[in-house]
Design a protein around this ligand. Structure first.
Ligand code: SF4
Length: 751
């Protein structure tokens, strides 16, 4: 009696659609849950997974206090004891085997702040052995789309799919995996009488809604997509104007398309030629058309090539940069996009800067820690600039002879944090590796697969389970599939002895002796680093990707003002910013107070850059001389420089009168680069660092899609159309099919 009910908002953690959860809290107890009626995404609905998120907090399987395994028995421990014992062991391992012998495995279920801090922890510890589940799910997406048009992310938005006239699903079962997103798609289907084409070896629930269902043999996505392109080109359905003005490498694509005539496509994929032609016509002529994919495309040995081919189809038909078009890539965990952006990865520091010394120098500046100190933390400078060990091979790093692991010694300790339960693969090898580890630390709200497999592996000692709080007992930002940052409030205080992930990282850094450096710019109270301050630090360092304008204050305001949107058009009707009210999608340029609306639609050429638009230039193919732009530095402005246009970038600064703000060594760098592409690749990040600093000083940022920003400033674009060698997606898997078809009778069952 008399108890008041407070409403608090967070984001559903069970997939990356980003539905808002409205929690009812009374006397500190989470008593009720509503799907948010104000959210432009869920609009009053949740799927069954989302409806059950409260169980994450209230589950009777919560870890209540720290546990250690002693002689095969779990024993209760205190936090002090746990942190001391774990860190002392870690230091002992470092002493004999070097920093790379400790592997820091994080998670896509961290908040951005958690994922960023975990990567930072790895950097301060002195290793690039820092990975998370995206290695298994969507890393191929990031590489595929980034190498096509620059940003490694979904181009449009969940609710934008309502605008499509044709929806082509290749490797997505949205009806089950992303049910609320599916509602938008079905609405679009009804509103526009849209074509819904589902390509899948299985007849799924999504396929049950299709106007056209295409059953193809598993692993034949590339031939199928090229088969579509064959008909498109033969019938003249390609978007010639778009190709002419926005894309290069077309001649090479044509050569590849020629290899996939209808009979060959039918032989390889099992899809009847007439159906391939029918789908090709729909996708190319009934526009706008969007391509939707998920793990059905990415979890292949040719995942990146699958993604690249999908992008090529979109470019061929001009289905990019407009409402209802684009690559609508549905992520798995709630923060796969964010954890990847903030660099919880083996190949880069936060925001895709790579690992070159120039990247380290950039982050040294942001973190205000001497660059040479970082060098001293690693076994060698070469290792500091080399990718870490991917999650998919962690067991090799434990089991292989030490001279084969390309670091000083084997991995001897795994520190697994952030709901990383599903990140363990290859169980037989993993069990052997688990048995061999000197130390296993699992930090999670629940005893997960890592914890239970450690028992199955027969570990008797040296395993710790530390209780972390759930996402609903902490606050922070996350990035949904559509690049939108959304802020989640703390709904209830941590249960039992569970601690916030940020606090656990602070305690570890403190015991390992570098907390003063690592948290130099971050407020810490009662051992808990302030999530808002961590985001502010990201705002300052993220000019390559555009997390600059999403201050915690703006994100909180957006969450509070969700009701200010027009349900019919799904656009904001009032409030502090224009645009899609689905959080603040990156890139979001400039200082927070510039109120950039975020970019709901990437590559929209109809909007001014400060309203979220930009120019667009894509590549049909890009991998040049084995250079992976993702790994080679800041590929946004950096890619412009890599493309050999440092003078152009410098010319812009000069035109704006900002060149005087460059430091002498930065000016010297630019002059040194000249027009030399090879040099530009290695210098790009450093140069970008100088340019971003100068631009920050002037309150806006010529960064990311650099040309967009340049043109927005009225600078003429001198860049000629590229004609470069193309990277053709690998089809070697397909080459095996004739044999396989002979050996195995493929019988496509009737639906
Ligand atoms: Fe949660 Fe995804 Fe379901 Fe929305 S669609 S309620 S985000 S699981």
């Amino acid at each position: 009696p008399g108890a008041t009910v407070e409403i608090r908002k967070n984001v559903c953690t069970h997939c990356a659609v980003g539905c808002t959860v409205t929690a009812e809290v009374s006397n500190g107890v989470w008593i009720g849950q509503e799907p948010s009626f104000d959210s432009p995404i869920n609009r009053g609905s949740h799927c069954a997974k989302g409806a059950s998120v409260r169980e994450l907090v209230h589950s009777d399987r919560r870890l209540k206090y720290p546990l250690k395994m002693v002689n095969g028995e779990w024993q209760r421990a205190s936090w002090d004891e746990a942190i001391s014992a774990i860190c002392d062991k870690i230091m002992q391992i470092r002493g004999t085997s070097g920093p790379d012998s400790v592997y820091w495995l994080g998670s896509a279920k961290f908040t951005n702040e958690g994922a960023y801090l975990f990567r930072k922890l790895g950097a301060f510890w002195g290793t690039n052995n820092t990975d998370h589940q995206a290695r298994i799910c969507h890393s191929t997406t990031v590489t595929g789309v980034a190498n096509t048009w620059g940003y490694g992310a979904m181009t449009n938005s969940i609710n934008d799919m309502r605008n499509a006239k044709t929806l082509l699903y290749v490797g997505s079962n949205a009806a089950e995996a992303h049910p609320v997103a599916m509602q938008h798609m079905l609405e679009g289907k009804e509103l526009n009488n849209a074509n819904m084409i589902v390509v899948d070896p299985r007849m799924t629930r999504t396929a049950a809604h299709a106007t056209d269902y295409v059953r193809l043999r598993p692993g034949t996505d590339i031939p199928f997509l090229y088969g579509l392109m064959w008909h498109i080109v033969k019938n003249g359905w390609e978007d010639k104007e778009f190709i002419q003005s926005r894309v290069y490498g077309y001649d090479d694509v044509l050569k590849e398309i020629e290899k996939w005539p209808p009979d060959e496509v039918e032989r390889v994929t099992g899809v009847p030629g007439a159906q391939v032609e029918h789908i090709a016509r729909l996708f190319a002529t009934e526009k706008p058309a969007t391509l939707i994919w998920c793990m059905g495309q990415t979890q292949h040995t040719v995942g990146t090539a699958n993604v690249r081919t999908s992008c090529i189809l979109l470019l061929l038909t001009g289905n990019v940069g407009k409402p209802g078009t684009g690559a609508n890539i549905l992520r798995g965990h709630d923060n796969v996009q964010g954890a990847t952006d903030v660099g919880l990865d083996i190949v880069t520091l936060p925001f895709y800067y790579g690992l070159k010394d120039t990247a380290w120098k950039h982050w040294s500046r942001v973190w205000q820690v001497d660059y040479d100190w970082f060098v001293s933390r690693f076994d060698s400078k070469e290792i500091m600039e080399a990718p870490g060990i991917p999650l998919t091979r962690w067991f090799d790093a434990v089991l292989l002879p030490k001279d084969q692991v390309h670091q000083k010694d084997n991995v001897r300790a795994m520190f697994v944090q952030g709901h990383a339960s599903n990140s363990i693969t290859r169980i037989p090898e993993s069990l052997k590796a688990l048995a061999k580890l000197d130390l296993l630390v699992v930090v999670d709200p629940h005893p997960t697969t890592w914890a239970s497999l450690s028992v199955k592996a027969g570990r008797k000692d040296g395993t710790w389970l530390l209780p972390a709080c759930t996402q609903f007992e902490a606050k922070g930002s996350r990035v949904a599939s559509n690049r939108s940052l959304q802020w989640g409030e703390q709904i209830v205080k941590p249960s039992f002895e569970a601690k916030d992930d940020l606090e656990i990282m602070y305690l570890v850094a403190q015991r390992l002796g570098f907390a003063d450096k690592m948290f130099k710019n971050i407020k810490v109270e009662n051992n808990l680093p302030e999530a808002e301050d961590i985001l502010r630090e990201m705002n300052r360092g993220s000019w390559s990707t555009g997390y600059c304008g999403q201050s915690p204050e703006r994100l909180k305001l957006h969450m509070a003002n969700q009701k200010d949107f027009d349900l019919v058009t799904l656009r904001a009707t009032s409030g502090p910013a224009k645009g899609d009210y689905y959080g603040l999608p990156w890139p979001c340029w400039g200082k927070p107070e510039l109120k950039h609306p975020g970019t709901a639609l990437l590559y929209n050429t109809n909007l001014h850059v400060m309203d979220g638009g930009g120019t667009f230039r894509a590549r049909f193919g890009v991998e040049r001389d084995g250079v992976n732009l993702l790994a080679s530095g800041s590929y946004s402005l950096g890619s412009e420089i890599q493309d050999g246009y440092p003078e152009f970038t410098y010319g812009v600064l000069k035109k704006l009168g900002w060149d005087h703000d460059l430091a002498p060594d930065e000016l010297a760098t630019i002059q040194q680069i000249g027009g030399d592409k090879a040099d530009a690749v290695s210098w790009s990040t450093d140069l970008s660092g100088g340019i971003q600093r100068v631009a920050m000083k002037h309150g806006c940022l010529p960064y990311g899609n650099a040309r967009a920003r340049m043109n927005a400033f009225g600078v003429p674009d001198p860049i000629p159309v590229h004609r470069e060698p193309i990277y053709t997606p690998r089809v070697d898997l397909v080459a095996k099919y004739p044999t396989r078809q002979d050996e195995v009778q493929f019988r496509l069952p009737n639906i």
